[in-house]
Design a protein around this ligand. Structure first.
Ligand code: ADP
Ligand code: MG
Length: 497
């Protein structure tokens, strides 16, 4: 499958000019990140918004640092078989149902995570909150899932490509906002090249609108006209524009969003006797987490704030059970024979669609099954990935590092905090990666496709279940791990073929 822009990748001069045009269009479209040097502000430097005004003092202003730049992206869209795109979209509602079912199944969560929480403190802390909330009784009656299921395209023996799930993100699934703005950039590049027919084939995409629709539905069902959406934010947030895209959609529906840190919740959050959540004295209908998925994001105080939020009546996105449903241990357990059938009874077609996307997943719990998995991985390290219960990229182990870790963990119960996964081997292709401050680079790449899913449940009634768009991320083949936020992958668009 050669793209009609393959020859252009050889022409350095043309690439440079195209890259300049693409970058300007990306900036104009709002495909932006704050910089690593200034992750907390969008416009200016040192000491806040107005500190650059030196007219009254006459002192020399400090040197201005760049605070916003474009998010890295590919110069060209990357080829993706239409059939795989369609398959990924078609299975998304099944994944929504599955995550929702797991989140409501205490026996499954407890059994699945029992060995993990003995050895993994982060999962144990989440699980502890889960148990406390169950014990008190769940006040929340409306449930909102905003997730993203990620896939790679496995090259099979006969040369065909097969859709294989990497993971599902049930908390802080990001880049729905920026992914809404990248199609215009790739259309621009192809139009510059007079490839108007090709430009028209780039799929329109607006996940931020769909994600906001889900939040708005949950807000409406909560049923309090003056209540707010509380976005739990990080202090340093390079990906602010991605989040603003969703906030803007909500404001257009007259739903107001406030951004607060866990620390603010500790100081100014409270529950009334009906466990309604108030922040700065204002009622909160929906809590949307864009923080809280990594151990480093929690101090003791922050864990207390998380507990307060979970105990409340407000719609958490996700609630603690749904966050647990997104762990890698749950993913591994779901691939076991009979599990999907038990969780989605009477839905054999959904089960078949889901199972078709599963790669090989292996438990490392103590016992013969785990021993066998370790023996297999040590015999063929290039075919496996070792994964701890972590999110956010850069945590998995491959190759020699994986071998060393497995040798070390082999006889220790600590191994239960990991899972082993078959390594997906996509077919590499050439594309040109654009990053601020680096020259355009043509490299061999692989892509990862994400589909955004939204569902809303009120009591036992599912009132919304849909897919709302996609994200394609592409990275150079030398990087085993890591997404856009981790500085490894760049934003892309699928070019359906
Ligand atoms: P995280 O929660 O940190 O994002 P992922 O499971 O998504 O964890 O893994 C991070 C990255 O590692 C993925 O984006 C992908 O590039 C790579 N990766 C993960 N699992 C596999 C796999 N089974 N085969 C090949 N690459 C993988
Ligand atoms: Mg991931």
């Amino acid at each position: 499958m050669a793209a009609s822009w393959e020859s252009i990748l050889q022409d350095e001069q043309q690439l440079e000019e195209l890259a300049r045009q693409a970058v300007d269009r990306a900036l104009a479209e709002g495909v932006l990140l704050r910089t690593a040097q200034e992750p907390s502000v969008s416009n200016t430097l040192q000491g806040g918004m107005f500190s650059g005004d030196t007219s009254s003092t006459g002192t020399v202003p400090p040197p201005r640092r760049q605070v916003v730049s474009y998010a890295p992206f590919t110069l060209f869209p990357s080829l993706v078989p239409s059939a795989l795109l369609e398959q990924a979209y078609a299975v998304q509602m099944d994944f929504n149902l599955l995550v929702d079912a797991v989140s409501q199944n205490m026996a499954f969560l407890e059994q699945t995570l029992s060995s993990t929480i003995k050895r993994d403190n982060f999962t144990a802390c989440l699980f502890d909150i889960y148990k406390q909330v169950l014990k008190e009784g769940i006040a929340q009656t409306v449930f909102l899932g905003l997730n993203r299921s990620d896939y790679m395209f496995q090259r099979s023996a006969d040369g065909s490509l097969v859709l294989k799930q990497i993971e599902i993100n049930t908390i802080s699934a990001s880049f729905g906002g920026l992914a809404s703005r990248t199609p215009a950039v790739h259309q621009h590049v192809l139009n510059v090249l007079n490839k108007t027919k090709e430009a028209a084939k780039i799929l329109s995409n607006n996940p931020s609108k769909g994600l906001a629709l889900g939040i708005a539905k949950a807000w409406e069902l909560y049923g309090s006209a003056n209540a707010l959406v509380l976005l739990i934010a990080q202090e340093k947030e390079r990906n602010i524009f991605d989040q603003r895209a969703i906030e803007n959609e909500l404001l257009a529906k007259n739903i107001h969003v406030i951004r607060r840190r866990f620390e603010d919740v500790s100081e100014k959050g409270s529950l009334d006797q009906d466990r309604r959540l108030f922040m700065d004295g204002q009622e909160v209908a929906v809590v949307y987490f864009r923080n809280g998925y990594m151990p480093s994001q929690y101090s003791t105080q922050n864990w207390k704030a998380r507990l307060l939020l979970e105990r409340s009546r407000a719609v958490k996105c996700p609630d603690i059970a749904t966050q647990l449903a997104g762990t890698k241990k749950v993913q591994q357990q779901l691939s076991r024979a009979g599990m999907l059938e038990a969780l989605l009874p009477g839905q054999p077609e959904a089960v078949a669609r889901l199972r078709a996307t599963f790669a090989g997943l292996y438990s490392l719990d103590m016992g013969e099954e785990g021993d066998q998995a370790i023996t297999k991985a040590l015999a063929a390290p290039s075919q496996f990935v070792l994964k701890p219960q972590r999110e956010g990229g850069g945590n998995n182990l491959y190759g020699e590092e994986m071998v060393q870790a497995l040798e070390r963990l082999k006889d220790s119960e600590e191994r239960a905090s990991y899972i082993l996964m078959e390594k997906i081997e996509p077919e590499p292709f050439g594309n040109c990666l654009l990053r601020p401050g680096s020259p355009a680079r043509v490299v061999q790449c692989i892509s990862e496709l994400g589909i955004f899913g939204v569902y809303v449940r009120q009591g036992t009634t599912l009132v919304m279940n849909k897919h709302v768009g996609h994200l394609l991320r592409t990275k150079a083949i030398e990087h085993a791990d890591g997404g856009v936020a981790a500085g490894v992958a760049v934003l892309d668009n699928p070019y359906p073929v």
